[in-house]
Design a protein around this ligand. Structure first.
Ligand code: 13P
Ligand code: SF4
Length: 367
């Protein structure tokens, strides 16, 4: 069933969850977890709310969560605390007897929605006409299962922010050009770090259905899909310059989903995992401004009180779709599971799974 059809058929969360206290909900979650034991597994992305993360059996970034899904063949039920594309990935990497549940189907990702399969198939026809059979498609895991399947079908792979450099290097051993979906910023930042100039990159605009480039197309090595993360795009060079003026001792670390100029201006950049590890290893007394999702920044500030940690953008909002998974939805999903109902199961069809797994395995099986 398509996501939109599922959304239309979706039942609203019963009012009783708004009336229950947090303590009661926490008690119910703990009881149900204890009752199911190893049959139930709750993975949580680092961008999830604290109220949810406290119940996660494992937390991780996108790569770690995909690896955990691949390795977990015990749990019958996986209640995924993250967004839709992550639950799809978990479903595709687990076996048929395992059920993946997303507590709120509205927990999508605006970046993943910026590349539909129809737009991608249409773009591919034009790009093949322009460049011939010289392009390998790579997709950030923040994409739909259909886009992953597209990449699998044409010899490509998935990437995460933790392994993007390694995967782009691999892509160039396969074909002289690559199409990077759906995040132009991660694609541009990664290719630039590997020595590809901005002039050798072009942008495919899926709305206008055209290639944006100032150079002859023979010089293009990387075609970037015109998509972005609405959270990370909010960080700006002005915020960095202002902070440097006011607090010159602050180190600035940002995620590579931020625009290129922001990444260039920052002191350090890297995946969610890299940001966490860098701050964990930093000296007490160091001061950090972090350009990534707010729930994670606030958690880091609490976990490392010996350092000063704040968001690069003081007016930042958390990722709205990640935030949809809250205590109410987690309690609701688990209570339904206890009654024997799989609420909001995520099931990717067999053909899509087969092709998307090719793309995922080309990434996961690389040392
Ligand atoms: P990573 O977990 O790969 O750092 O991705 C960040 C993100 O935006 C997840 O939605
Ligand atoms: Fe999507 Fe950005 Fe939210 Fe991640 S942080 S789920 S990429 S909108």
């Amino acid at each position: 069933m398509k996501l939109l059809d599922q959304l239309n058929q979706m039942e609203r969360i019963p009012a009783k969850y708004a009336l229950m206290s947090d303590k009661e909900k926490e008690k119910r979650i703990a009881e149900i977890k204890a009752k199911f034991g190893k049959r139930l597994y709750i993975p949580g992305h680092h961008y999830q709310r604290d109220e949810v993360v406290q119940f996660a059996d494992s937390t991780g970034d996108s790569l770690q969560l995909a690896q955990l899904s691949q390795d977990n063949s015990d749990a019958e039920y996986i209640v995924f605390c993250g967004v839709h594309f992550m639950a799809e990935t978990a479903d595709m990497l687990t076996n048929d007897n395992q059920h993946v549940i997303l507590p709120d189907l509205k927990a999508g990702c605006s970046m993943a929605d910026m590349a539909t399969i129809e737009q991608t198939e249409r773009a591919w026809v034009d790009l093949q006409e322009m460049f011939g059979d010289t392009i390998l498609p790579l997709t950030y895991v923040n994409s739909t299962a259909a886009i992953k399947a597209f990449c699998g079908r044409y010899g490509g792979a998935t990437v995460t922010s933790s392994n993007a450099k390694k995967m782009v290097e691999w892509a160039f051993t396969q074909k002289p050009r690559l199409l990077f979906l759906p995040d132009q910023h991660l694609g541009r930042n990664t290719a630039f770090d590997l020595g590809i100039s901005l002039e050798e990159m072009a942008v495919w605009d899926p709305i206008e259905h055209k290639l944006e480039t100032t150079r002859p197309i023979e010089e293009i090595k990387v075609i970037l899909w015109k998509g972005h993360c609405s959270v990370h795009e909010k960080f700006t060079v002005e915020q960095i310059r202002q902070l440097r003026k006011e607090e010159p001792n602050t180190k600035i670390i940002v995620h590579p989903e931020c625009p290129h100029e922001v990444v260039q201006e920052a002191d350090l950049n890297g995946s969610t995992h890299y940001i966490i590890e860098t701050i964990k290893k930093a000296e007490p007394g160091t001061v950090w401004a972090v350009g990534t999702e707010m729930n994670l920044v606030n958690r880091l500030a609490q976990q490392y009180p010996e350092q000063t940690i704040k968001s690069l953008n003081p007016n930042m909002c958390p990722c709205l779709t990640m935030n949809r998974i809250d205590l109410d939805h987690l309690t609701w999903s688990l209570e339904l599971l206890e009654e024997g109902t799989l609420h909001h199961p995520i099931r990717v069809d067999k053909q899509t799974t087969k092709e998307a797994r090719l793309a995922l395995e080309r990434m996961l099986n690389r040392p």
